[in-house]
Design a binder for this molecule. Structure first.
Ligand code: FAS
Ligand code: PHB
Length: 392
């Protein structure tokens, strides 16, 4: 078997890359370890930068996002019992974000791929990468009890943090940077109306909380929890009680509770692998970098990588130019490191650090108090939250 681009992973990065390549007439095949249902069952990101929304339009999959997504022109910071709004539109000269769940974005991409009859192998086992440092890369995988080999021109490693792509790169060729945070996020999804029209990020002495949403009738909440915590220890009632304690009084009063549709704990880390290219293997999305979800950057960085890679591959095939492929890693990493910094800063500002002591909380309160009163500080925060402009 042969294709032009072999894509490993059918998460947002792999599916979005596949969609952009298919629309450009570049043959591609996606191999995915899990079933499509399992991929859709993972509840993850909720906020799209405008550049990500624009890319979905470019990929021809933005229609439902425009119908069902929620345009948010600001969000609120809750601390000291009060809420302070960050006016994204005013502070960034008109920009906003779109609240649209990763699950729905993934569903739209799967539907588009099916409609284009582009090949996807789900529940592929034992995926392995070969000869990507040469001119004739290949991947192997097992499906339906048979081992398949796929020759290709390029391999896109879109298989996330635990995937096989980055793991296939010789250790000596890779430099990794990692910071593991001393807490996780306990997330809950419920068919209840959100506590507010916009997202509320809460800094509380008991720990961080986030009130997000998926629609006017579906809410997504997060509580900072201990690294050794377990989701089975949290009844719905215990979750709601703790959330009320951490939200400001107005939000706690407005909180509508109900049965959880999903509850899970995610660890938080900052991780970057350099470079993101190895011969004819290109890493994109979580395969190359992880950010703490506080800044809502993970999914948006994956989309930014894919935008850069798709353009470079189109340039290679249509114009026989290698410039985009040569610049891919450096171009992506400049954006990745800026988003990593913002995500680290926002996480450090909003969470209770076990070894931070009382002074840690006091310093956070001082920064939040400064932020609430400084247009300059709010502008810096808003520019990063809506997503920095692309270079070139
Ligand atoms: P993904 O991990 O989404 O997709 C990789 C795909 O590759 C998966 O489908 C996997 O099954 C497949 N795969 C792995 N190994 C393979 C192999 N050997 N062979 C074939 N396929 C393989 N971001 C936010 O902005 N906000 C959030 O609130 C948020 N919450 C998150 C919660 C969790 C638990 C996690 C893990 C991430 C969260 N993220 C969040 C980040 C998340 O949204 C990612 O940034 C986004 O999924 C990145 O997409 P991909 O790079 O496609 O990686
Ligand atoms: C979400 O709704 O899942 C979400 C929103 C904003 C964040 C993180 C997660 O910063």
């Amino acid at each position: 078997m042969r294709t032009q681009v072999a894509i490993i992973g059918a998460g947002p990065a792999g599916l979005l890359l596949g969609q952009l390549l298919t629309r450009a007439g570049i043959a591609n095949l996606i191999v995915e370890r899990s079933s499509a249902e399992h991929v859709l069952g993972r509840i993850r990101a909720g906020v799209l930068e405008q550049t990500t929304a624009d890319l979905l339009d470019e990929a021809g999959v933005g229609a439902r996002m425009h119908r069902e997504g929620l345009v948010h022109e600001g969000y609120e910071l809750a601390f000291g019992g009060m809420r302070h709004r960050i006016d994204l539109r005013q502070l960034t000269g008109g920009k906003h974000v779109v609240v649209y769940g990763q699950t729905e974005l993934t569903r739209d991409l799967m539907d588009a791929r099916r409609a284009a009859e582009a090949p996807t192998v789900y529940e592929a086992d034992d995926v392995s990468l070969h000869d990507f440092d040469g001119a004739r890369p290949r991947i192997r995988y097992a499906s339906g009890g048979t081992t398949h080999e796929l020759a290709c021109d390029f391999i896109a490693g879109c298989d996330g943090y635990h995937g096989v792509s980055r793991a296939s790169v010789p250790a000596a060729a890779l430099t990794t940077y990692e910071r593991v945070y001393p807490f996780g996020w306990l997330g809950l999804l419920s068919d209840t109306p959100p506590v507010a029209h916009e997202l509320v990020y809460a800094n509380h002495e008991r720990g961080f909380a986030l009130a997000s949403m998926r629609s006017p009738t579906r809410s997504r909440y997060y509580l900072q929890c201990a690294l050794d915590d377990h989701v089975d220890r949290w009844s719905d009632e215990a979750f709601w009680d703790e959330l009320r304690r951490r939200l400001d009084p107005a939000a706690a009063e407005a909180l509508v509770t109900g049965p959880s549709l999903e509850k899970s704990i995610a660890p938080l880390r900052s991780f970057v692998a350099e470079p993101m290219r190895f011969g004819r293997l290109f890493l994109a999305g979580d395969a190359a970098h992880i950010v703490p979800p506080t800044g809502a950057k993970g999914l948006n960085l994956a989309a930014a990588d894919v935008r850069t890679l798709a353009r470079a591959l189109v340039e290679h095939y249509a114009e026989r130019s290698e410039a985009g492929l040569a610049a891919y890693s450096d171009r992506c990493l400049r954006r990745v490191w800026k988003a990593s910094r913002f995500s680290w800063w926002f996480t450090s500002l909003m969470h209770r650090f076990p070894d931070g002591g009382e002074i840690g909380h006091k310093l956070q309160q001082a920064e939040l108090d400064y932020l609430a009163g400084s247009r300059a500080a709010q502008t810096v925060m808003a520019e990063n939250y809506v997503g920095l402009p692309f270079e070139g």
